[in-house]
Design a protein around this ligand. Structure first.
Ligand SMILES: Cc1cc2nc3c(=O)[nH]c(=O)nc-3n(C[C@H](O)[C@H](O)[C@H](O)COP(=O)(O)OP(=O)(O)OC[C@H]3O[C@@H](n4cnc5c(N)ncnc54)[C@H](O)[C@@H]3O)c2cc1C
Length: 402
């Protein structure tokens, strides 16, 4: 393993997609700059969305196939299993859990998110899916015929339940709402999804509010006195928490639980940047927000890297997000929030749709359901409606579904 030097031109804290993109952008701007990536993960950066998709459905189940090849392609020095415990903006230094002090010219915080666990459950049959280690562990539990309960009806829960059907496991998806992904989708799409899940043998249990898990010979997932699900393993898809402790301890400005950045991804401390999940940035279409999606991690990581290397380019990207569930897939931009007014445009055989999310007569978000190559157009529709040049009564022909 490479030895940690006392100083690097650029230090990147985190080993996810944002870190990888930042290292690439720094290297593109400067052939000579020294770059250190300090990552708590024991493995090299991987493309995280594959943990719940391609690795179950694609050609390879080996997470090494999702290695981003950061070191090979950027020449950065990567230090895995290296937790940074202190950021010292005034002395331009960081301290690792093993007591190494490293000085930097610029530093990027790309510490991402951690999966939300149940605090009192410590049993290796109960897990979340966030890291390569989690993925490998879930593979060992998902044997043919194993009863697996996935808890959570949002992105991760639905994706994991779909993925697990490929293993021969018997899958139950328990969630606290009435319908899957109901906080985002209109009833037409949630109904279709539930039908697809049933066709693939998944038992969907709505209204299940997990209270605790008994860890005897078999797992007993309790949702109050009346309802218990028994399982050989349980996967919790209960959302994620931003890893902002380091930023908070360093005294950086935080808002809405995220690290405040300016258009150049600079935080409130000199030469300290933030990107990816943890950054609270000014979205050109939707204003201040933090986004836990991979397109934003890639684009903001790249923008931060450029600025760290002195290129001076503002981050002006309105991120998209995507997911695949069996044969259906979607991309989306803006606010995909089912509490807004939703206007749906379907194709003739009702296999593809464009859903517009409206507030005060303006388009706030667009969902492209089985509709491809239309993200840029969706951004234009949102922008035109926001600046008043597109009347929402004329939405129908704007983006053809399919
Ligand atoms: C299973 C799964 C599926 C997903 N699918 C999709 C999808 O389909 N579409 C989509 O848009 N998004 C998806 N996402 C979300 C997307 O992957 C994330 O938003 C994105 O990867 C975030 O990138 P990041 O680099 O900001 O942070 P992360 O990928 O979370 O990386 C953070 C890194 O920081 C390290 N770290 C944290 N604290 C410290 C510290 N103190 N010292 C050193 N290192 C530290 C961590 O170990 C990790 O390496 C998915 C996420 C998961 C978990």
């Amino acid at each position: 393993m490479t030895k940690l030097e006392a100083r690097y031109d650029h230090v990147i804290i985190g080993g996810g997609v944002a870190a990888d993109s930042a290292a690439r952008a720094i290297r593109a701007a400067s052939a000579e700059a020294t770059i250190a990536i300090l990552s708590a993960d024991p493995h090299d950066p991987v493309y995280r969305p594959a943990l719940s998709k391609d690795l179950w459905t694609g050609e390879s189940a080996d997470p090494d196939s999702q290695d981003l090849r950061t070191v090979e392609e950027t020449g950065a020095s990567l230090f895995t299993s290296t937790l940074v415990t202190e950021l010292l903006p005034h002395s331009h230094g960081v301290v690792t859990a093993r007591g190494h002090h490293i000085r930097y010219g610029t530093v990027l915080l790309a510490t991402g998110s951690s999966a939300r666990h149940l605090p009192d459950v410590h049993d290796d049959r109960v897990l979340c899916l966030r890291t390569v280690g989690d993925y490998r562990h879930l593979r060992t539990l998902a044997t043919d015929g194993a009863r697996i309960v996935v808890v959570g009806g949002s992105f991760i829960g639905t994706e994991i339940a779909a993925a697990l059907t490929r293993t021969g496991a018997r899958v139950t998806l328990a969630h606290s709402g009435r319908h899957l992904l109901e906080h985002m989708f209109p009833a037409s799409i949630t109904a279709r999804l539930e039908q697809t899940f049933a066709e693939h043998g998944i038992t969907v249990v709505p209204g299940f509010r997990l209270m605790g898990i008994g860890t005897g010979q078999e797992l007993a997932l309790h949702a109050g006195a009346a309802e218990t699900l028994h399982a050989d393993a349980a996967v919790l898809g209960l959302g994620a928490e931003l890893n902002t402790t380091l930023a908070a301890l360093a005294g950086l400005d935080l808002d809405r639980g995220a690290v405040v950045v300016d258009p150049y991804l600079r935080t409130s401390a000199p030469d300290v940047y933030a990107a990816g999940d943890i950054a609270l940035f000014d979205d050109p279409l939707l204003g201040l927000r933090h986004v836990e999606h991979v397109d934003h991690a890639q684009a903001s990581g790249a923008a931060a890297g450029k600025n760290m290397a002195g290129v001076e380019e503002p981050y002006e990207h309105s991120p998209l997000f995507f997911s695949d569930l069996f044969d259906d897939g979607y991309e989306a931009v803006g606010r995909i929030d089912a509490s807004l007014e939703m206007r749906e445009v379907w194709n003739e055989d009702r296999t593809a749709a464009v859903v517009h999310y409206l507030e005060d007569g303006r388009v706030e978000g667009v969902l492209l359901w089985n509709t491809w190559d239309s993200v840029e157009r969706a951004r234009e529709v949102i922008a035109a409606s926001q600046d008043g040049t597109l009347d929402v009564e004329a939405l129908d022909g704007q983006i053809p579904p399919g």
